[in-house]
Design a protein around this ligand. Structure first.
Ligand SMILES: [Zn+2]
Length: 93
């Protein structure tokens, strides 16, 4: 894994200040010396800033977009067969 991809994965942690000071320093140093990561960092920060300004939304369930069950498919009537009754042992009396 290249250092840049490591840095890219570290950026969210940097934003949330979840890094220890050494990691934080290392990440900042890389960003300052790497044009690719500097651009990425700006974009990430901007995205984060915009997200922070948004009102908190309720988590939208993905199920709402997917219809439950396939209603277009006709139901087979013979799908459920009656369970055969257990054979009764005739008691010899
Ligand atoms: Zn980089």
């Amino acid at each position: 894994m290249s250092e840049c991809s490591v840095i890219a994965e570290t950026m969210p942690l940097l934003l949330t200040e979840s890094l220890d000071p050494a990691q934080r320093e290392q990440t900042h140093q890389h960003i300052e010396t790497c044009a690719t990561c500097a651009g990425e960092w700006l974009a990430t920060r901007e995205t984060w800033r915009v997200l922070e300004t948004l009102p908190r939304l309720k988590r939208v369930s993905l199920e709402a977009e997917v219809p439950r069950g396939d209603r277009s498919r006709p139901r087979r009537t013979d799908e459920r067969r009656p369970v055969p009754a257990p054979r009764r042992v005739a008691l010899a009396g």
